[in-house]
Design a binder for this molecule. Structure first.
Ligand SMILES: [Zn+2]
Length: 499
């Protein structure tokens, strides 16, 4: 059976599938059995299979796990704890073959080689036997994306191309074995992961597997909601209402993972403001920029948004490279939240009222619902469940969540609101794996000379170049143009440019 959080998956799918139709999406899911097969399970193969099951069990109602013996039983148990309503069957038409597993009629082959992810349709791909989880994690996400395209884009014929090799170390696709680097023994200093949401889960999935010593503080104020399970890879069905940071750090790891339930500002007030590394796995531009404004020595920022997912590993603050603030400067094209909500609800003429309701969190009254109903041409009945609730609830659940407007229309609307974007599990998990890798890479190579930005659109096969340098704009509008910020950074860590 479909998981309890199906509605959330439908919202996510509506944002990536053109001409989305909820009934067709449901039928497609119910008709599909996705297979996962493996024979010899190496250490990296084990990581790949683990991530693959964590992704597939949250979306597809039927899986065929064709892995013999104890590894197979463990994967089946994992799948059932994620979705107890999941049906496990013996065979599938279509699926992911890990290493030397049994092929399906339509196979996506996945393998890994240390930092490198291997995915293709040509034939079996090997899995390495190292403790490096990054190639494996990325391969699982890319294979998950390939299966999603095969299931939901029936007209899409996957271009027949050579097997993909993607290096998580360089964040580029390669044509042969790529550069390699041994994992460090320990982190250069303590790190802070801000956000234990979907991207944070992807990062921690990898970081809790690396045999690297050190300490990572995980900061998030929230508890897990049912709708989060659609894409939080470390969550299981029984985790509803768990404190997000406790859930994210519960598995013992070589890295000491320290939960902090609270906002970043409170964490910094309690534990100090000088941090060698900060990883941002946040939803809103405002939170990202305020994290940058706390001036960590090095910062990496990951995101999912309509069109792509990505991670930026930033150079020293105030140097030539873009800071996090540079990437979120309003260009006039981005609307304020109150404008966005008022327009989405069809009541731009009531902007002031919307603004007040957003700020105060006061209950929405019937006259406003009547105005919305009239504007969107729907009966008042569909809006009445939101009487007495907040306008944010009305916008998020009613409009972005599909309760008021049909999902096909919602996709368009939510695309404008990046902060309301609902990604698919493999998108968030891949952004998280890349974010975790950025921390280890920075430990090995030091802070990059210039900010490096990696962008991937998993609705298409990977292009030839996914990573680009990004310079600061230096047009006087960013916090990194501000002398006081620059001086505060230099006072904390020494002259800017000294890593
Ligand atoms: Zn800047």
């Amino acid at each position: 059976m479909l998981a309890d959080w199906f509605a959330r998956s439908a919202v996510a799918a509506a944002q990536v599938l053109e001409g989305f139709d909820e009934d067709r999406f449901r039928t497609h899911l119910e008709d599909t059995v996705v297979g996962i097969s493996a024979a010899t399970v190496t250490q990296e193969g084990d990581a790949l299979l683990d991530m693959l099951v964590r992704l597939a069990a949250r979306l597809y109602p039927r899986l065929a796990i064709v892995v013999r013996g104890e590894p197979g039983e463990q994967l089946a148990d994992l799948a059932r704890t994620i979705n107890p309503q999941l049906e496990l069957t013996d065979s599938a038409e279509l699926g992911v073959v890990v290493g030397d597993g049994e092929p399906f009629a339509k196979s996506t082959f996945a393998g890994c080689d240390g930092w490198d992810a291997l995915v293709g349709t040509g034939g079996p791909l090997p899995t390495g036997d190292s403790a490096n989880p990054f190639g494996a994690g990325a391969a699982a996400c890319l294979a998950g994306a390939a299966v999603f395209r095969r299931v939901f884009l029936p007209d899409w014929s996957e271009p027949h191309e050579d097997d993909l090799r993607f290096s998580v170390l360089t964040s580029e696709r390669l044509h042969a074995s790529g550069p390699t680097a041994a994992l460090p023994e320990k982190l250069a200093g303590e790190a802070v992961l801000v956000g234990a949401g979907a991207i944070g889960h992807g990062a921690l999935w990898a970081l809790r597997r690396v045999p690297v010593a050190g300490r990572v503080h995980v900061v998030d104020p929230e508890r897990l909601e049912l709708s989060n399970m659609q894409r939080y890879v470390l969550s299981e069905r029984a985790d509803e209402d768990a404190v997000k940071v406790e859930l994210a750090t519960r598995t013992p790891a070589r890295l000491a993972l320290e939960p902090y339930q609270g906002e970043l500002a409170a964490f910094l007030a309690a534990h100090g403001y000088a941090w060698p590394s900060m990883l941002l796995a946040l939803d809103s531009a405002r939170d990202r920029v305020s994290a940058q404004a706390s001036l960590p020595q090095w910062v990496a920022n990951a995101w999912t948004q309509p069109g792509d997912l990505g991670v930026a590993s930033h150079s020293c603050f105030g140097g030539d490279g873009a800071c996090v603030g540079c990437m979120y400067l309003p260009d006039g094209a981005v609307k304020n939240e109150d404008q966005l909500v008022a327009e989405a609800l069809g009541i731009p003429h009531l902007l002031m009222q919307v603004r007040v309701l957003l700020y105060t969190g006061r209950a929405v009254e019937r006259d406003l619902l009547q105005a919305v109903a009239q504007a969107i041409g729907r009966p008042l009945d569909v809006l009445l469940p939101f009487e007495g609730r907040t306008i944010r609830d009305l916008y998020v659940e009613g409009f972005c969540g599909g309760q008021v407007l049909p999902l096909g229309e919602v996709g368009k609307l939510a695309t404008e609101a990046q902060d309301m974007h609902v990604p698919l599990a493999h998108q968030s998990a891949l952004a998280g794996v890349l974010l975790g890798a950025a921390l280890i890479r920075c430990t090995i190579e030091g802070v990059p000379e210039i900010t490096q930005v990696t962008r991937i659109d998993v609705m298409r096969p990977l292009g030839p170049h996914v990573t680009q340098p990004l310079r600061a704009r230096r047009d006087g509008r960013c916090i990194c143009d501000d002398h006081d910020f620059y001086a505060a950074y230099a006072a904390k860590y020494g002259r800017v440019g000294d890593a």
